[in-house]
Write a protein of this length. Structure first.
Length: 570
């Protein structure tokens, strides 16, 4: 790639000289400046900086050098609807401009035609065959700024007329509905904007809404399937009013702007209750707001729907039917640990058992289960709540998270005294839970006697079924799969389409590894064996690793191999 770039620069210089635009001496001067520069600038950029030629002359010469058309771009030469084919951030990052589309051919203006990988990415995102036109970055940027506000930035009329927004209802203080929908439609633009953001966040299956102020801009991003994308850019002047409206809805102090605040909002969308957790944090340019969307309709209470392989599910059910002991679900934040525990408790729930949970906070109410939220400010921590809970005659206990030595010790003691305890830990793999609890101060002999199983999991994005395409990955990827002992005949990935916002993915599924200690492993725990020895031993005994489980889902055509490698490699 470097040789090609140097070759192209020489061709560009020779072409400019032959056109009489610059002299050989000026080319040499620019090349000398390039060698002495800390930042590797292109020859054309340096010639413009040195005042030897204009950006238009460089673009015209580049176009001739690569056999491409050259155009002086203006808003009149571009179809505004075609701009929306590619994401706004992608257009701005690479300074490119879709001009128009004819059948399956997309004409795109670029200022640097040498980037072959960029062309491949444009084709993947658009699903079209790409034809290039060379233009100056100045013309491309100016045209983008003309059209992007209309296509991607806040337009109040679009929000007022948003179809389906009449199905949005705010529940004030959990008990009363705002039922006068005409009154909502007649309220201020700020109220309509907040309603719009919440409604569309739920509709787009977002897990979080981020309202982020900058120095002179305000952006709203959604997190969907674990990835962030920009939804809109409201006027920066609306930031204070926007935050105040959300604070009022969440029953927070609108006058307090120097300290973080947390609260909750309860809404009905299309007749279904949605809980929203609000976090407000003061920043350099004002308060940032993050709204976590907790949609009970999307929480899966069925273990079969969580992506377990047949063997893992069979073994996990055997573990969770233990009369007592401690069962842990591990993984990073956002890996679906609580969802797995909710599905587990829902399956175990019956009239004959008393199941109690201690959570921070209670994310979803489960019928037939007693759930208690901790309150650190009032001194009601996980440890104190768990200690009190043991006097409530529980059969099974779920502790939202083991964070400290006191909670870990009480959980292990509860498991040793006849209770079945479920909890979560933040570890990279299943055997890592052992070393984590030992580091927290749990005695090895107590841990080996109480631990009945650890389930580690990650969430991987599923291939979009609408644009799913078979392809051939590189030899390096195939080698990794072979080393994992999995044979895959066909590989699939999503090419990107409107239904998946050109990501190639829609929805997520879990990959698991289940660690069930036997007598030999218990002895290793007693001896404080290292994590490496523990992991080697449990894999020898047949544990399916996270990566192996992911590769099985690649084989089934559910996920892409790149997504598994991205999620499961350390």
């Amino acid at each position: 790639m470097v040789q090609i770039a140097v070759e192209n620069k020489m061709q560009l210089g020779q072409l400019l000289v032959s056109r009489g635009v610059v002299t050989d001496e000026q080319i040499q001067q620019a090349l000398d400046a390039q060698k002495n520069s800390n930042h590797r600038k292109l020859l054309g950029e340096l010639l413009v900086e040195l005042g030897f030629c204009t950006e238009n002359q460089i673009a015209s010469a580049l176009a001739e050098s690569y056999g491409l058309p050259y155009a002086q771009i203006s808003p009149k030469l571009c179809d505004s609807k075609v701009i929306e084919i590619l994401p706004r951030e992608f257009l701005e990052e690479h300074t490119i401009l879709p001009l128009f589309k004819i059948y399956n051919s997309l004409v795109v203006a670029v200022h640097e035609p040498t980037n072959v990988f960029l062309i491949d990415e444009i084709e993947r995102l658009s699903g079209c065959h790409v034809q290039l036109v060379v233009a100056t970055s100045k013309d491309i940027t100016a045209t983008l700024q003309t059209y992007l506000p209309a296509a991607n930035v806040f337009v109040i009329d679009d929000i007022i007329d948003e179809e389906g927004l009449e199905d949005f209802t705010l529940i004030e203080n959990i008990t009363e509905d705002i039922t006068d929908l005409e009154e909502i439609a007649g309220q201020s633009p700020v109220v309509k904007l907040v309603n719009y953001l919440l409604y569309n966040g739920v509709r787009d299956n977002a897990s979080d809404i981020h309202i982020e102020p900058g120095e002179k801009k305000l952006r709203v991003r959604y997190r969907v399937d674990g990835k962030m994308f920009e939804k809109m850019r409201p006027p920066h002047q609306m930031h204070s009013a926007l935050v105040s409206r959300i604070k009022i809805m969440a029953d927070l102090d609108i006058a307090q702007r120097r300290l973080p605040q947390d609260g909750g909002i309860h809404v009905l969308i299309e007749g279904k209750p949605i809980d929203l957790r609000v976090s407000v944090m003061p920043g350099s340019f004002g308060e940032k707001v993050v709204i976590r969307i907790i949609n009970p309709q999307r929480i899966l209470y069925n273990l079969e729907a969580l992506g377990f392989s047949y063997n893992n599910l069979e073994n996990y059910r055997r573990v969770m039917e233990s009369p007592n002991g401690i069962i842990l679900v591990t993984g990073p934040t956002g890996s679906g640990k609580n969802t797995t525990l909710y599905a587990t408790l829902a399956e175990l729930s019956s009239e004959e058992v008393n199941i109690c949970t201690v959570e921070d906070p209670v994310e979803c109410n489960i019928t037939g289960i007693n759930q208690f939220p901790v309150n650190e400010g009032a001194g009601f921590s996980f440890a104190s709540a768990l200690r009190s809970l043991l006097r409530q005659d529980p059969d099974m206990i779920m502790v939202g998270e083991i964070r400290d030595e006191e909670t870990a010790t009480i959980a292990v003691q509860a498991a040793l005294t006849g209770h079945l305890v479920f909890s979560t830990l933040h570890t990279n793999d299943a055997p890592g839970a052992v070393t984590r609890l030992l580091d927290l101060g749990v005695a090895p002999y107590l841990l080996s006697a109480s631990l009945v199983g650890v389930l580690a999991q990650r969430l991987v994005r599923k291939i979009c079924p609408n644009c799913k395409t078979e392809y051939e990955p590189g030899s390096g990827i195939k080698k990794i799969v072979e080393q994992a002992g999995v044979e895959i005949e066909k590989y699939f990935r999503g090419m990107g389409c409107k239904k998946c916002r050109n990501t190639g993915y829609t929805g997520r599924i879990a990959v698991h590894e289940l660690f069930v200690p036997d007598f030999e492993i218990m002895e290793m725990i007693n001896d404080r064996a290292s994590l490496k020895r523990l992991r080697t031993k449990v894999i020898e005994k047949g544990m399916t690793s996270l990566q192996q489980d992911g590769f099985q889902k690649v084989k089934a055509g559910i996920v892409s191999v790149e997504e598994v490698l991205r999620t499961t490699q350390a």
